[in-house]
Each structure stands twice: as structure tokens, then as C-alpha cells.
Design a protein. Structure first.
Length: 491
């Protein structure tokens, strides 16, 4: 972030949307990445913000400094003290109906909105750009925010991960752009009606909610149809589900939709509107020509490894160009972006051992990350410590998970991270079953239930030249932290 950008953001020099000014919003679970981002943008729009979370920290402290009234713990009295002045109560996805604050809000008849509903309401006031897809949302949203910020467009944004170069996961700028991730779980992204809708990819996931892959495609089609007139839908034409998406999008669209919304494609093939040509892998990083409708407009060298980031880059270029940003300017800063927190992040290199941390928790993401790590670092051995995320996801995608660790020399699996699962689902699959399937697929794997046990294994089995990656959407990063502390003490 440039000094000029930070000064402008910190000064509060932003255009306010009067529909939020002086209104009282109460956030239950305000410390989350998305919730805190919404609160920050509402504060800059003149709203009064209060809220609660189970524990304080850097995020809540920063909101307090901006003027929010933050309480620790979930107690009915926090809302009672506000009287009847609460215009809206906003709840995170983690809040259930038994929460005492939510129960009180319901009893008083307060307006209650889920995070996605509030996000949609706020984005309606801006030139919204929503990034959807099974994979890559945080990387791509952060990348687009970085590009626009670097070109002094100063967007508002909410990203699902910290972006070190932007000094956080959300920001308030002085432009009318608002960028945010659009999550498909629970069809929550149907609450968002952006000016530009980006669809990175469509795959099987959240099968505890969706019937099948075709049902997921239907949801993305509905999301695309929610784009405002005069806007653009930007979609990956190389995605395996693109033909089905395109057919359904066209068949379900009115003549008005087809004539008032632009369909823009990106991909590696020349048939895409935005494509990549002359792709080269240099020192484990990709460089390529960016083409628009078959004509080369410039060359980009990425700072992040992985072929999947070529697609993410093309999506960023397409979204920024569709917003009216000069193509030469876009390409001049594309290669400067270094990524989001927990995305193939190098945490330490000691005693000839490199330790990385990665958020991958879906088979496609695992394969992409392991390939990128292999290309970039050429390890003597690649040791993957994978924490499965959700029993339901592990069960539905078990065979795909078992095949996804081919590039790892050994995969270590602890217990499954419990999120949103039923007790029944916990009895249908476990980490030992996944380890057996990985072995049956021809890869080496071991089950170690505790994080301390994994660290002991690493102490006894890791040599110079090895690369370790902790992987998953849960708290597996704690293993890398503990192992790094041991290495420092031992060196």
C-alpha cells in the first residue's frame, strides 16, 4: 500500500452513501473477517456500529479505534442497553438461533440480516464487483483490490483472507467500487447483485447442501442472472462446467438480459476474450502474454507459483478492464502482487528445511498447490500435513481426496476439523479411512491424531532439503508454528 493510499484511507476522505448515515447496526460476531469488513465500510458511511464477539483481538481493537462499540461475550444485555434504536442486527454464519443476543433481537422484532444479506444491501449502493467460484476467491479478490489500489482507484473491498500488501482483509477507499467475495454455500451469493460478476470455476463442493454438481451449476447461473443491467458476467471458458453453465444461462435469460449484460470469457485458449499465450515457466513462476480477442496487449510475470494463478490473473485483468481501467496500467502492476495469507505462504526456512502454510481444503486445490510447490521449490521430499475440513466434505469427495496427494512424498493426516457437521456424518467417515484410501491410491500416508504427535514425527523424520506444507482451512497452521519454534530452539 502506498503512503498516499494509506493516508487517504485513514483520513476518511470517502464519498458517503446517505442511506446508512446515522443508522444503528449491531453485529453479532463482529470479529470475523467479513463482518468486520462490513462494519468498517458502514462506519465510513456514517453509520453507528456496535457489536459483540467471543473474544477481542487486533480486528476488534481496530474497529474500536474507528468508533465502533465492541463488547466481549454474547449477552442479551448488550442489546438491551441500546433500547429500541437498533435499525438492523447483522449475524455471521456461525451464529445460531440459540444465541441470546439473536433470541432477544427476534423477540423485539428487530430487523435481522445474515452477513450475505447485509453485504448485498451495501453493495447495491456501489459499483459492485463480486468474485465467485469454488476455488481462488480470496486470491483473486485481493489481487483485483491490489491492482485498483496501486492504480490509485482506491476501491472498497472485503477479502476472505489478509492481504499483506494491503495491510488487512478489508479497506475503505474514496471510489464507488466495492469488491467482495461471493460464496456459493447456502446460495448466499444470490443476495448480491453486482455490476460485474466473476465466476472463476464451478466444481463439486458443499454437497451437504447441494443435491449434485448440476444443482451447483444452477446456483451459479442464478448468480450470473443477478448482475445489473449494463454490467458484465466474466466466466472461465476452460472450466469443465462452462458448456452446461452457458447453455443454462442462455436458455434461462430473457432477451433483455442477453442484450443488456455482457458475457466475457477468459481462459488459455484463443477463443476466450481474455487469454494467455507464449506461457513459460521460469524459476518456478509463470510468465505469459495477455491477449484480448486474439491480440497481444502485454506480458506479465507472476510473483506467485502455480498454473491456477494464470487463470486468476486473467480474471483480474478481465474484471479491471471491464471496469474501465486502462489495460496498460493493469498489466504494469499485475506481477507485483504476492498473494493472500495462508496461500502457499512461506513461514520459515531453517536448517535447509522450508516450511509453508496453505489454505487448500478441496481436492482440486490440493493438487494445484502441491504442483505449484514442486515447480517453485523442487524439494528433495515434499511432506504434506493435511487437516480435512468437515466430515461431510471428506465423505462426499473421499475418492477425489485420496487421489489428490500424488505429488506429496508423504501425507500426514490428523483428525478432521469439525465444522457445520451432524453427529451422523461424524460416524460415516474419519481420518483413518482417508489415510487408507490414500495408501490404496499408491501414495504414502500416516494418521497422527494430535498436533503434538505430528511435531514429534517431524523432529525425527525431516532432513535438510525437505519442504513441509501444512494444509487445510482449519487450525493446522499451529503445527507449522510449533515446529518452527522447535527448530529455532534447536538451532
Amino acid at each position: 500500500m502506498t503512503k498516499e493510499t494509506k493516508a487517504k484511507k485513514d483520513s476518511g476522505q470517502v464519498s458517503k452513501h446517505r442511506s446508512f448515515e446515522d443508522k444503528q447496526y449491531y453485529f453479532i460476531g463482529i470479529g470475523g473477517i467479513g463482518m468486520s469488513g462490513l462494519a468498517k465500510i458502514l462506519l465510513k458511511n456514517g453509520a453507528k456500529i456496535s457489536g459483540s464477539d467471543m473474544e477481542g483481538g487486533f480486528v476488534t481493537n481496530r474497529l474500536s479505534k474507528l468508533g465502533a462499540d465492541i463488547k466481549i461475550g454474547h449477552f442479551q444485555e448488550w442489546l438491551e442497553r441500546l433500547g429500541d434504536d437498533v435499525d438492523t442486527v447483522v449475524i455471521s454464519a456461525a451464529i445460531n438461533e440459540s444465541n441470546p443476543e439473536l433470541a432477544y433481537a427476534r423477540s423485539k422484532g428487530f430487523r435481522v440480516l445474515k452477513y450475505a444479506q447485509m453485504l448485498g444491501s451495501l453493495m447495491d449502493e456501489y459499483r459492485g464487483i463480486a468474485i465467485a467460484g469454488t476455488h481462488g476467491k480470496s486470491t483473486t479478490t485481493g489481487w483485483l483490490a491490489f491492482v485498483l489500489d496501486s492504480l490509485k482507484t482506491f476501491p472498497n473491498y472485503i477479502v476472505g483472507a489478509d492481504i499483506p500488501q494491503l495491510e488487512g482483509s478489508s479497506g475503505v477507499g474514496d471510489s464507488d467500487y466495492f469488491l467482495a467475495e461471493a460464496c456459493e454455500y447456502d446460495r448466499s451469493f444470490l443476495n448480491i447483485h453486482p455490476q460485474i460478476a466473476v465466476i472463476l470455476n464451478i466444481e463439486q463442493d458443499h454437497l451437504d447442501y447441494y443435491k449434485d454438481e448440476s444443482d451447483i451449476v444452477d446456483a451459479f447461473v442464478s448468480f450470473a442472472h443477478g448482475t445489473r443491467n449494463g454490467g458484465s458476467v466474466i466466466v472461465n471458458s476452460d472450466d469443465k462446467n462452462f458448456p452446461e453453465f452457458l447453455a443454462k444461462y442462455a436458455s434461462q435469460a430473457s432477451d433483455k438480459t442477453l442484450s443488456h449484460i455482457s458475457l466475457v470469457t477468459f481462459g488459455l485458449g484463443k477463443q476466450a476474450d481474455f487469454s494467455a499465450d507464449c506461457i513459460r515457466l521460469v524459476d518456478g513462476l509463470y510468465e505469459f502474454n495477455v491477449c484480448f480477442k486474439g491480440y497481444t496487449v502485454g506480458r506479465v510475470k507472476l510473483s506467485m507459483p502455480g498454473k491456477h494463478n494464470i487463470y486468476n490473473a486473467l480474471a483480474v485483468v478481465a474484471a479491471a478492464a471491464s471496469s474501465g481501467v486502462d489495460m496498460a496500467g493493469i498489466l504494469s502492476v499485475m506481477g507485483d502482487y504476492t498473494g493472500a495469507d495462508r496461500r502457499m505462504m512461506v513461514k520459515a526456512q531453517m536448517a535447509g528445511i522450508k516450511i509453508l502454510d496453505d489454505y487448500a481444503h478441496h481436492p482440486t486445490e490440493i493438487r494445484a498447490s502441491l504442483e505449484a510447490i514442486t515447480q517453485r521449490y523442487g524439494p528433495k521430499r515434499l511432506v504434506c500435513i493435511f487437516q480435512p475440513h468437515q466430515y461431510s466434505r471428506t465423505r462426499f469427495l473421499l475418492d477425489d481426496f485420496a487421489e489428490s496427494f500424488k505429488l506429496a512424498d508423504i501425507t500426514i493426516v490428523p483428525d478432521i476439523y469439525f465444522v457445520r457437521d451432524t453427529q451422523e456424518s461424524r460416524h460415516e467417515v474419519n481420518s483413518e479411512i482417508l489415510v487408507d484410501r490414500i495408501r490404496q491410491s499408491g501414495s504414502e500416508a500416516v494418521f497422527i491424531d494430535s498436533f503434538s504427535g505430528i511435531c514429534e514425527y517431524l523432529k525425527d523424520n525431516i532432513d535438510s532439503g525437505d519442504v513441509i506444507v501444512t494444509m487445510g482451512a482449519g487450525d493446522i497452521w499451529k503445527v507449522s508454528d510449533e515446529y518452527i519454534q522447535w527448530l529455532r530452539r534447536d538451532s
